[in-house]
Design a protein around this ligand. Structure first.
Ligand code: ADP
Length: 496
């Protein structure tokens, strides 16, 4: 009995213990399940997060692709624009600028239709200057729509505005433009050259799949700015060209007039030369007779004469001589000028020519106590000249120097080599020549109005003769002077 109850007790105990163990086990399992559940939850969360991230990646990828596409489009557009700009800038003719835009360029920009119009104020209408992709009748229709809606388009131009299917908020207007220009998307951009007519450029496409972007609008705006600039350049070039042509015409006309004037001067000069020449010849014959008769009378070959008559005859003789000298000088001037005087060209030492002229003038210098100095460069090359003529020049210049230099003055003759010439200078300390007279002293009969000229006789032919002689030797003659300080006459002779 005891054993049985004991066994029962034990069994119950064991059962209880087992239950307890089971319960404990259950508790442990439950805890594990909880932990597992937690892990599952966090895994779920991670999965959800990963799903989100995957979605984000896909979205970003799509966006990246789109951006890439847009970038590609922009690059193609920019290349097309660059080609177009280059083509446009190759011409400076307004008519040619629009001819540079063709279907290829447009396609590269993503359009197949384009037209441009410039507003002509005098005609009060739009003038077509570009048509790509339209039939003639279509463009005519567009033009008539433009004419009826001209204020809308003129306002666009006036306000320098661009509109497009993307940027235009007014859907009525957008539809109207699309219908008028037979397209589904478009860009209109103003053409605003600073010079000349203003207008607008239209580009569009019928392609419904083409999604026009703001980038497209930007590209077309750049293009229209460049066309505007090209139009301006063409206008400026035309203006400059016209001005150039006008100037050239004026120069041509002036040259023609000058040439006519020169011919007239030559004719007048020839007439003057002929006149002086014939008058001088005509004067010489009677003068010779007058001189001859005066000599016969003075020598009393026709009977004795009272002293008073003799004195008058001496004066006639003296004045006749003066007249003969004038006539001879005049004849020499016109002959040399006309190249009719034969020069006896020979090699000469300028020193000798200066010496012989100075000898002739030395007495006059002594009379006025004028110092006559020489400063001739040593070993000067010889000159090829007609010695008698160059002596005439030297004597004339030296005689003038003595005439116009007061007592106790100084005259210096200098000669030196300068480039391929011998330059001779006759410098005096005389009364000088006013600057306004310097240009005329080589003209025939010109004499400066000064006290010496009022007192001492002169013909005003000496310098003209000197100039003709020097120029006949291919030299130059000129004077520099300061009133009351002195004058320097210079002349050059080419070295042989
Ligand atoms: P002429 O001496 O007979 O008057 P020229 O032709 O030799 O004629 O000279 C023209 C004018 O030039 C002179 O009248 C004089 O007024 C001016 N002239 C020439 N040489 C000199 C000089 N050395 N000093 C000042 N005036 C001069």
């Amino acid at each position: 009995m005891f054993n049985l109850s004991f066994i029962f007790d034990m069994a119950w105990l064991i059962g209880l213990l087992s239950l307890l163990l089971l319960f404990l086990n259950l508790l442990i399992k439950l805890d594990k399940i909880k932990q597992l559940q937690k892990t599952v939850d966090s895994l779920k969360k991670s999965l959800e997060e990963m799903d989100e991230q995957a979605k984000l990646i896909v979205r970003t990828d799509i966006e990246l692709n789109k951006t890439q596409e847009e970038l590609d489009k922009k690059i193609t557009g920019l290349f097309a624009l660059q080609r177009l700009s280059r083509a446009i800038s190759t011409t400076l003719e307004e008519n040619q600028i629009f001819k540079m835009i063709n279907t290829n360029h447009l396609e590269e920009l993503g359009f197949e239709k384009a037209c441009a119009f410039l507003w002509s104020d005098p005609e009060s209408k739009f003038i077509t200057c570009l048509n790509v992709g339209y039939q003639e009748d279509e463009i005519e229709k567009i033009k008539s729509t433009l004419q009826s809606d001209k204020n809308v388009y003129l306002n666009l131009i006036k306000n320098a505005k661009n509109i497009s299917s993307v940027s235009l908020i007014d859907s009525v207007m957008r539809d109207k433009v699309e219908r008028a220009f037979l397209v589904n998307s478009f860009v209109i951009s103003s053409l605003l050259p600073k010079e000349g007519n203003k207008g607008f450029l239209f580009v569009g496409t019928e392609n419904r799949d083409m999604s026009l972007t703001e980038g497209d609008e930007e590209l077309i705006t750049i293009l229209s700015n460049q066309i505007g600039q090209a139009l301006e350049n063409a206008r400026l070039f035309e203006k400059t060209w016209k001005a150039h042509q006008e100037l050239e015409n004026k120069v041509e006309e002036r040259t023609r007039q000058l040439s006519l004037a020169l011919d007239e001067v030559r004719m007048a000069s020839k007439r003057k030369t002929d006149f002086i020449s014939s008058v001088s010849h005509e004067l010489r014959t009677p003068l010779t007779s007058i001189k001859g008769y005066a000599s016969i009378l003075i020598e009393e070959k026709l009977g004795q004469l009272p002293q008073a008559a003799k004195d008058r005859l001496a004066k006639i003789n003296h004045h006749s001589n003066e007249l003969v000298n004038i006539v001879n000088d005049l004849l020499d001037i016109v002959r040399i000028e006309a190249g009719k005087t034969v020069m006896k060209m020979e090699k000469h030492d300028i020193n000798n020519l200066v010496n012989s002229a100075s000898d002739l003038i030395s007495i006059q210098c002594k009379n006025k106590n004028i110092e006559l100095a020489q400063d001739i460069q040593k070993d000067l090359p010889s000159v090829l000249v007609d010695a008698s003529q160059i002596e005439r020049v030297l004597i004339n210049l030296l005689a003038n120097a003595v005439k116009f230099t007061p007592q106790n003055g100084r005259i210096t003759v200098t000669a030196y080599k300068k480039e391929q010439n011998i330059q001779v200078q006759i410098q005096d300390t005389g009364i000088g020549i006013p600057s306004e007279s310097l240009n005329f002293i080589f003209d025939e009969f010109y004499r400066v109005d000064n006290p010496i000229n009022q007192e001492v006789k002169g013909t005003g032919l000496g310098l003209s003769l000197a100039k003709n002689i020097v120029e006949a030797h291919k030299g130059k003659i000129w004077a520099e002077s300061q009133v009351n300080k002195g004058t320097t006459f210079n002349f050059t002779l080419p070295i042989t």
